[in-house]
Ligand binder design. Structure first.
Ligand code: ACO
Length: 328
């Protein structure tokens, strides 16, 4: 079976209106703007309202992606939502989104790979289209991390934000589109970044809530070391699988967790700052939504031109990682 060339037909993004600045956080925990900016690069993040859930953010981003792709929701064959903050355990957020969009013929499922989830989603979507099984797939990264963040824990609450990014995947002209994927996991590091309560291991009770087990736990320094090691390596592996070199990169779109982690990847790839998309100062870490929001913003800003070589790379809970090379 010959494979069809597959790429991104349209992008979209959405961030909730409410802005939480470093100065706001100074009133909530013992921290300060200077510490947060120096250690992370983050200045503010967006926070969903009490009424908003991940599918609501996903809906807005998806409508824009569909419009930019020049198709309607009824054309979609499949919806994949990458998220660690689904509206509910079930039904899936993808099913909820399918109804909101009125994408009647689309199959739908959620994908859990934390901050790497969007790249895992792209790899899935690409295979469905390349094999001719589906024509149009919507891949969304959508998160409401504020809903699982402990705003008394200064180690984590300064990092996370809410938002969604979406892309429509379909056939592209020969020579363009996805050139490679690298997906990886190391479950032995699962404890470093997890949410303990509410699952079948530790169902929610009054005690689990009192103990804060419904909040993100993160061993920051260990995750930092893992991220620095994996980001550059995964990007290099994706380039080599595509038969390309780091000197071919026109734009790196990394997961937006920490500016120092991104800088270490830039150093390893010999990339000047203008070849790297950084927007974490505005949104913080939005897990699976970080990369698609950064991609959509780069497209809007005219930083992505036809024929450009883009490298997407991310890491996250699981532990997981992923990278992809796209010729735009
Ligand atoms: N304000 C002020 N001081 C703080 C804060 C804060 N918000 N947070 C921690 N500190 C203090 C610590 O208590 C510590 O003090 P001590 O030395 O007296 O113990 C000191 O600052 C240094 O703390 P470190 O943890 O060593 O700081 P570090 O430079 O490692 O930065 C950070 C912490 C920003 C969390 C960093 O480790 C990091 O970015 N890690 C990776 C996080 C990440 O990428 N997570 C991905 C999650 S994605 C997902 O899947 C959801």
């Amino acid at each position: 079976m010959s494979l069809l060339p597959v790429g991104v037909l349209g992008t979209g993004r959405y961030a909730p209106e409410k802005v939480l600045t470093n100065h706001d956080l100074e009133q909530m925990v013992e921290t300060n703007d200077e510490w947060i900016v120096t250690r992370t690069g983050i200045r503010e993040r967006r926070i969903a309202s009490d009424q908003e859930a991940s599918s609501d953010l996903a809906f807005h981003a998806s409508e824009i992606a569909l419009k930019n792709a020049g198709i309607t929701a009824e054309d979609l064959d499949l919806i994949i939502v990458a998220t660690i903050t689904p509206d509910n355990f079930f039904p899936s957020t993808a099913c909820t989104l399918q109804t909101k969009l009125n994408a009647r013929k689309a199959a739908a499922f959620d994908l859990s790979a934390a901050c790497s989830g969007f790249i895992y989603g792209l790899a899935n979507a690409s295979n469905f289209v390349a094999s001719g099984i589906y024509k149009y797939v919507l891949v969304v990264g959508a998160e409401c991390l504020s809903k699982i963040t402990d705003y008394t824990d200064r180690n984590t609450c300064i990092l996370f934000g809410d938002g969604a990014g979406a892309v429509v995947i379909g056939q592209v002209p020969e020579g363009r589109g996805f050139k490679s994927f690298v997906l990886g996991a190391d479950g032995s590091g699962g404890e470093l970044l997890h949410l303990a309560g509410g699952g079948s291991r530790c169902p929610s009770t009054l005690d689990t809530v009192t103990e804060g087990k419904h909040y993100i736990y993160m061993a920051g320094r260990e995750v930092f070391k893992f991220a620095v090691r994996i980001m550059g390596g995964a990007a290099e592996e994706a380039l080599s699988k595509a038969g390309l070199d780091k000197s071919d990169i026109d734009l790196l779109i990394p997961h937006q967790a920490n500016r120092r982690i991104i800088e270490s990847a830039m150093e390893r790839l010999d990339l000047p700052e203008e070849k790297c998309m950084i927007n974490l100062h505005k949104y913080g870490n939005v897990s699976a939504a970080s990369i698609p929001i950064a991609l959509a913003e780069a497209v809007e800003e005219g930083r992505v031109r036809e024929g450009d070589c883009l490298v997407l790379v991310g890491f996250g809970g699981g532990l997981t990682w992923g990278a992809s090379v796209i010729i735009w």
